[in-house]
Design a protein around this ligand. Structure first.
Ligand SMILES: C[S@@+](CC[C@H](N)C(=O)[O-])C[C@H]1O[C@@H](n2cnc3c(N)ncnc32)[C@H](O)[C@@H]1O
Length: 211
């Protein structure tokens, strides 16, 4: 088991997942974005999905097929148990995204609060190469991270904070001519303990032909 997986399994094992700082009750922001970009029958992946309710919303809306990928089998187990029979159609993948080889082509890649744990530029480039390999031309990537004025650490780990501009630059330098930035917004997340954390959301479209 990778050291990171041990870390994340301990995090999910130690505390009620609804009290973790990133928890949100309904994944409304992500659901709104994803459901605006895909229709029924189009493949969606939630990368570092943890115990997020996004999968519940997508399945209930008849979207997908949905894949949830995470390093932590503890997190995947909690999400699977919560979904019960509704989760049987979900593809649950326990993997480190930076070394993952997608078996399918996806229309939509969603990541809320996983990419920002990659602080090494080599890991960031590996992640972006997997994202490129997984997405169909014309597909979208939604990358939600701590903003440049967000927290410097989370869950005992350092993070890389991103402005939408710096993230767009990182994507274009790792994958020249492959993606265009289509929208970005900043927002504040209220943690279950009542603290405010500044995030940014960036949406990228994979070009049909490399420029
Ligand atoms: C802060 S949590 C966010 C969980 C979920 N996206 C949400 O919004 O509730 C980060 C998640 O990313 C996962 N993660 C961290 N690094 C990862 C990696 N390299 N590959 C796959 N998952 C990873 C962790 O196990 C954890 O579940």
């Amino acid at each position: 088991m990778a050291a990171d997986a041990e870390h994340w399994n301990a995090v999910y094992g130690r505390r009620e997942e609804t009290s973790l700082s990133w928890h949100e009750g309904d994944a409304e922001r992500s659901f709104r974005l994803v459901s605006g970009l895909v229709g029924p029958g189009e493949r969606v992946i939630d990368v570092g999905g943890g115990t997020s309710r996004l999968v519940d919303r997508l399945v209930a809306a008849g979207l997908g097929p949905v894949t949830v990928l995470d390093l932590s089998d503890a997190a995947l187990g909690l999400a699977k148990t919560r979904l019960g029979a509704a989760g049987e159609a979900v593809d649950w993948v326990e993997a480190d995204v930076t070394g993952w080889q997608p078996a399918h082509s996806y229309q939509l890649w969603h990541d809320r609060a996983a990419f920002h744990f990659l602080t090494d530029p080599g890991d960031q480039r590996r992640y972006l190469a997997v994202m490129d390999a997984a997405l169909a031309p014309g597909g979208h990537a939604i990358l939600i991270t701590f903003a440049d004025d967000g927290p410097e650490r989370c869950s005992g780990l350092p993070v890389q904070r991103w402005s939408p501009e710096a993230l767009a630059e990182a994507v274009s330098s790792a994958l020249p001519g492959r993606f265009e930035a289509v929208e970005a917004e900043r927002f504040a997340h209220l943690t279950p303990a009542g603290a405010t954390q500044n995030f940014q959301t960036s949406v990228f479209r994979k070009l049909r032909e490399a420029r």
